[in-house]
Ligand binder design. Structure first.
Ligand code: NDP
Length: 498
């Protein structure tokens, strides 16, 4: 039975006036559910409700807000298997990763709940007697959360967990490829008992709902994850309103393989980094930069390992890599493979769409590896699919210079057994994240996550204690208990005898 969903506004599922669209399984083509394209009026209703809920939610003590997050985490834990299967069925990542998507929500909600009892500010000495100075975090107001399809539960989890604990009601606008995951996500929050209007979800187009949220005068923060072009557009519109905006955009993440690397460990890391989630992670390892001394050996090992990966229906536990997420994704990845061929990059393995039998119903592409010159498009542009570009470096400095030559700066990694290279990489790689002897993926929720350059502005970071920055502003408070007018910068002279 295909379920027809509505919009979640003010604690209730509401019918919509908008046209409907389908969501499908990218491995089988099966229709999973239908959703409405929310209208401008419905967007206005949702923002109105969220604004109303803000007055009460901001005054709910943060530890009480945290209790609701903990309750939601408990429900996510109970439903982990069911929700993980929905992630896999709707988005196409293998089932172990589907479960991981849900685990990330559990982890972050538990972490954020604890933040409700911390949310530390500073106490600072005053230059005057009998006066106290402190800083406190204040919630900015209703927030718009615009999310992509590649982590269809985890990314709504990161963004909403931070908004909720900060005291901000939110409207989630999920990717039109994964609305079912978002609906199931919101059902859990509803069951956990968040007050009506605190949690809202609108499905619909990026141009109506996404744009509409960013431009709405009562939306006071936007947290966006997606492509660079959309992200820049969101950044510009948000700037016109001078509101908080967090952006997590693309990556072209390098793994540096030094000539002293443990090659077995390197191969395990590269396979997971490049072909996990069929390469559709903003942190995917899409460039492998190899020291010339081990280059031939690494190429040989890579091809052998990639050809052993089992491609198929991601719900099957034995599958190593599932389909890409949509027909559009498939087209884009195949176009990049063609660009590689035309530009003369050396195809090491893969390079084709898989066809025949069950493959014909989905969007399956072979794990693909190219030898690429550093100036070619495959060395510079984000592909967001199972395509790895391998580049040769003369030495450590050359490897770092190749790594830093792209417009992105999200994740990076080095495999080496020499401490010098490891520490220099930590210092010299232009990226928000650097791993040593681990692939470019594997972020943990208690640490900040984000990038530099065109990956996004550096003033916000998701996850970790910095997650609160997206949804709060600092208020500075002065309490004068001297009982007389004390003038900063003027009366201080009397105190020092100056
Ligand atoms: P988009 O940037 O187009 O979409 C991300 C989200 O933004 C979706 O919810 C989308 O809605 C919404 N959106 C689209 N247009 C607007 C708009 N004008 N204003 C506000 N919101 C909007 O990414 P795609 O999903 O199309 O993927 C394209 C590329 O982006 C990928 O190939 C990849 O390179 C990159 N990407 C990066 C991710 C990351 O983690 N950093 C994640 C996903 C993609 P709708 O779905 O309705 O269009």
């Amino acid at each position: 039975m295909v379920q027809d969903y509505g919009l979640f506004i003010g604690g209730k599922w509401k019918k919509s006036e908008g046209k409907r669209f389908e969501t499908r399984n990218p491995a089988t083509g099966e229709v999973l559910a239908t959703f409405p394209l929310a209208t401008k009026e419905e967007l206005g209703d949702a923002v109105h409700v969220a604004k109303g809920a803000f007055e009460k939610w901001r005054k709910t003590p943060a530890p009480r807000r945290g209790e609701l997050l903990l309750e939601a985490a408990r429900i996510f834990r109970r439903k982990k298997e069911e929700l993980g299967r929905i992630v896999t069925t709707e988005m196409g990542k293998v089932i172990a990763e589907g479960r991981g998507d849900v685990q990330e929500v559990i982890d972050f909600y538990e972490y954020a709940a604890g933040e409700g009892r911390r949310m530390f500010g500073d106490t600072v000495p005053s230059e005057l007697p009998d006066k106290m100075c402190l800083t406190v975090r204040m919630p900015v107001g209703p927030a718009g959360l615009i999310t992509p399809w590649n982590f269809p539960m985890a990314i709504p989890g990161w963004k909403s967990g931070a908004a909720l604990i900060a005291g901000c009601p939110f409207i989630l606008k999920p990717s039109s490829l994964t609305p079912l995951c978002a609906a199931k996500f919101v059902e859990v929050l509803d069951e956990a008992g968040f007050p009506p209007g605190v949690v809202n979800m609108l499905t619909g187009s990026g141009s109506v709902v996404g744009d509409g949220l960013v431009a709405h005068p009562d939306i006071r923060a936007i947290s966006f994850t997606g492509g660079v072009d959309t992200g820049k557009h969101v950044y510009e519109s948000a700037a016109k309103k001078m509101i908080k905006v967090g952006l997590e955009l693309g990556g072209k993440n390098p793994i540096l393989a030094m000539d002293d690397a443990d090659l077995e460990l390197l191969m395990d890391g590269v396979m997971f980094g490049a072909f996990g989630t069929a390469g559709q992670r903003c942190t995917a390892a899409s460039r492998l930069i190899v020291h010339q001394k081990i280059y031939d050996q690494v190429l040989e090992d890579l091809a052998a390992r990639a050809e052993k990966l089992r491609i198929g229906n991601p719900i099957d536990e034995k599958t190593d890599m599932g389909p890409v997420a949509s027909a559009e994704q498939e087209k884009k990845v195949l176009e990049y493979i063609e660009i590689g061929r035309k530009e003369g990059d050396g195809l090491v393995t893969g390079g084709k769409k898989l066809t025949g039998g069950a493959f014909d119903k989905g969007f399956f592409i072979e794990p693909t590896i190219f030898e690429v010159d550093r100036r070619k498009r495959l060395a510079l542009e984000e592909i967001f699919g199972p395509v790895l570009s391998v580049l040769k470096a003369k030495d450590f400095d050359d490897a770092v210079s190749i790594a830093n030559s792209v417009k992105y700066g999200l994740s990076s990694s080095i495999y080496t057994t020499d401490l010098r290279w490891a520490f220099r990489a930590m210092q010299e790689l232009e990226a928000g994240i650097t791993y040593v002897n681990a692939p470019t993926i594997g972020a943990e929720v208690q640490l900040p996550f984000g990038g530099i350059k065109e990956t996004g502005p550096t003033d916000t970071r998701e996850a970790g204690p910095t997650a609160l920055d997206e949804f709060t502003y600092w208020k500075t408070i002065y309490v004068d208990y001297s009982g007389r007018l004390q003038r900063a910068q003027i009366d201080t002279e009397k105190l020092t005898g100056g």
